[in-house]
Ligand binder design. Structure first.
Ligand code: ATP
Length: 344
């Protein structure tokens, strides 16, 4: 066990200075080339710099989204977190335990019992029913039949496929198959749930439906989630926090609101510029200090500005912003809302 620092105390997963250089001489090149080498130098040295000096911390119960264009290193990074890919250098701590010091047998146990994984093109077993597919990881764990079936039925219900237990994968739509994959990865009750582009192969309407479903599931399950996507809108919708990757490195990390309101550079701005601010900015960030007469109508500070906007339709000029327990946080002004709705 590694000693717990403030950074790791509430964190389920911590990565420190994680590097992955593909190529036989990865470690040698990293050791010889000095601190913070540019990607071009690494490529010239004959290695592929897939992940460069990534440090991050995922808190228990949060959805941490890793977003970036194709080839930016997202899949490699998520595989480093479970050591499906061996880091060239750096640290990965899971519940404070240094995974790089774990034996292969220990890693297999951790992956099997504590981690869940969903991929874009995960393989459902075509000759097994929905029930048996979902129960499969429990079978691998050695759980007794009655127990694994009961758990599998519960998970199938949870993802909205109750009644389809006996169907085979070929009889299901793409979205339904993905639900089976999600149920299967949840069957082991993972502490840490990795989802690598789980909805990317689905058409836009089904994709949106699956995102809603995912938000609903998470409100019930409160898992610690690392979610990968190349779709900024998806990242904004789902994330508690987002890390944006470019050329193997994280260029910005923050809440959706922080990223949309203060993009770190032009690369981030290219994504965030197209997002309507009102859909991301929370009332609590758009309000002013409470001043003058207290408005009678109120609004929760956690709503987005777009969600709060209809409350002004009756001509209201100001709303009292509350913390959910009735305490006043500030006042929300009609003019500020309009400004944000119009993209200001
Ligand atoms: N096994 C490997 N051997 C050599 N290079 C690799 C390997 N796996 C990935 N790479 C390279 O590492 C870089 C990052 O790839 P990675 O798959 O992690 O990106 P990504 O952001 O997940 O992309 P995508 O969205 O297309 O899946 C790419 O340049 C890729 O070609």
């Amino acid at each position: 066990m590694t000693e717990k620092t403030p950074e790791t105390r509430d964190a389920k997963l911590v990565c420190r200075h994680l590097w992955k250089l593909f190529g036989a001489r990865g470690a040698e090149v990293l050791a010889s080339i000095g601190p913070d080498p540019a990607p071009e130098r690494l490529i010239a040295a004959g290695v592929v710099p897939a992940v460069r000096d990534v440090s991050l911390s995922v808190a228990a119960g949060e959805i941490f989204v890793i977003m970036g264009l194709s080839g930016s290193g997202k899949s490699t990074l998520v595989r480093l977190m479970s050591r499906l890919v061996e880091p060239t250098s750096g640290e990965v701590l899971f519940n404070g335990q240094n995974l790089l010091a774990a034996s292969e047998a220990e890693m297999t146990m951790i992956r099997r019992h504590k981690m869940g994984m969903v991929f874009q093109h995960f393989a459902l077993l075509p000759h097994l029913s929905v029930l048996d597919n979902v129960a499969f990881p429990l079978d691998v764990q050695g759980a007794p039949r009655a127990e694994r079936e009961a758990r599998a039925r519960q998970m199938i219900e949870l993802v909205g496929l109750g009644g389809r237990e006996g169907a085979f994968p070929r009889q299901l739509s793409g979205g339904q198959q993905q639900r089976v994959g999600i149920a299967r990865s949840l069957a082991v009750e993972p502490e840490l749930w990795f989802l690598d582009e789980p909805f990317s192969a689905l058409d836009p309407l089904i994709r949106r439906e699956m995102q809603d479903e995912f938000i609903r599931l998470q409100s019930v399950l409160q898992k610690t989630i690392v979610f990968i996507t190349h779709d900024f809108d998806e990242a904004i919708r789902l994330a508690d926090r987002i890390a944006i990757m470019k050329d193997g490195a994280i260029v910005q990390e923050g809440t959706p609101e922080e990223i949309v309101l203060s993009p770190a550079d032009d690369y981030v701005r290219a994504f965030s510029g197209a997002v309507p601010k009102a859909k991301v900015v929370r009332v609590a960030s758009a309000m002013r200090a409470a001043e003058g007469e207290e408005p009678t109508a109120e609004v929760a500070g956690t709503l987005t500005v777009a969600e709060a906007a209809p409350l002004f339709l009756n001509g209201t000029e100001r709303l009292r912003v509350t913390d959910g327990q009735g305490a006043t946080l500030g006042h929300l002004h009609r003019a500020d809302i309009l400004d944000l709705m119009l993209g200001g």
